[in-house]
Design a protein. Structure first.
Length: 131
């Protein structure tokens, strides 16, 4: 009685399992990566080597022409306090990101920090990384 070996190597490669793995890796990286949403308002920020990661309640942008934006919606300095009050309502320890043009005076920065202090909001100044 002769016995035959049935362990033949199949030269075909099944791509479906590889496609599943690549799809799962893509989903994993999309979920775990931090999505950065650049501001639609063009400003020149100062540069720094410090890094921080906070979850902001709102995002304030001040251009070099002293135009104020909260989450990319134009506001005046007079209405800024009311808009921020609505944004931070019900939040514990609210954090607001401040994007401010580097050509503005320190007086404008102090005005915004005074406003944040009155609202009991932590204001974080945004900056570009040094190269």
């Amino acid at each position: 009685m002769s016995m035959k070996m049935r362990n033949k190597v199949d030269p075909n490669f099944n791509m479906s399992s590889l496609a599943d793995i690549i799809f799962l890796l893509l989903i994993f990286f999309l979920i775990t990566s931090r999505m950065v949403t650049p501001s639609a308002v063009p400003i020149k920020r100062p540069k720094t080597s410090m890094k921080t990661s906070v979850t902001p309640v709102a995002h304030i942008t001040v251009t070099d022409q002293l135009r104020y934006y909260v989450d990319n919606q134009a506001v005046t300095f007079g209405t800024l306090e009311g808009v921020l009050r609505n944004k931070i309502a019900g939040e514990d320890d609210p954090v607001v990101i401040l994007d401010m043009d580097k050509s503005l005076s320190i007086e404008r920065l102090v005005e915004l920090y005074d406003l944040a202090n009155d609202l009991q909001v932590q204001l974080v100044l945004s900056a570009d990384p040094k190269k």
